[in-house]
Design a protein around this ligand. Sequence first.
Ligand code: NCD
Length: 313
Amino acid sequence: MSFAHRHLLGIEPLSQQDIVTILDLAETYVDLNRQSAKHADVLAGLTQINMFFENSTRTQASFELAGKRLGADVMNMAMQASSIKKGETLIDTAMTLNAMHPDLLVVRHPHSGAVDLLAQKVNCAVLNAGDGKHEHPTQALLDALTIRRAKGRLHRLNIAICGDISHSRVARSNLILLGKMENRIRLIGPPTLMPAGIGEFGVEVYDDMREGLKDVDVVMMLRLQKERMDGGFIPSEREYYHRYGLDAEKLALAKPDAIVMHPGPMNRGVEIDGTLADDINRSVIQEQVEMGVAVRMAAMELLAQNLAAETRR
Ligand code: NCD
């Protein structure tokens, strides 16, 4: 297994083979995580620090469990209450932590590019857990694993990504990954939530959801990211649900075996009907969460192997 990267900052630098390597290793962890004893010790003795400068429930819990299951010492920094509030810069915080010799740093930050900047200043491996509107690589990888398991392959699928595309790092990382794996991607949403010039990236863009969903294999819904909006993007949530909310009637236009995905957290009744989200025959939302832990275990193991090889040199 070779994975020639020091950090996991985005999907952009990964090759098809890198993606397959992570997903294949993650499969072994899906099996382990379903057993009652869930321990593998590949990160034993290593220190993992989670720094979340932005709220997170599932991503932080998932990284924490992933590290613990692999035997690392895991520490969660409460960045909301930290010395950042006292005016310390991101780089100073990073340097301080670096002096404590962590091996893996997991970072989420509200600004695009902040995690890359931090990675340049520290000696350990850095995993991007979401930076602004830029990338969220482990989300795209867990989505890929979920799709591969549900559809039996990860290429030549018709995949619709729907909703608030322009504010979404999840959409961005998924677009890059699914494009690299040679799928056909459709973006569906109101023009106000579509990044300018996106049509040039080899994707099809629809503002009519019914048209966009026709015969797709996968429907990936996104949350309306209200915290990233400064007003005026949608007329009202009611109107939005009517046009872009996924319900059984709109889903009927997709392939009969199309799966429904959502990275969470969901706004039920805004971008997705609650009953459909809970329908285990169509929705793989819980599987996505399950795959998240396995994918993060795999990514951390691969990065740790490189660190170990570097120390031996
Ligand atoms: C996403 C995120 O934080 O980017 N959530 C997640 O990681 N599961 C998507 C979102 O917040 O809507």
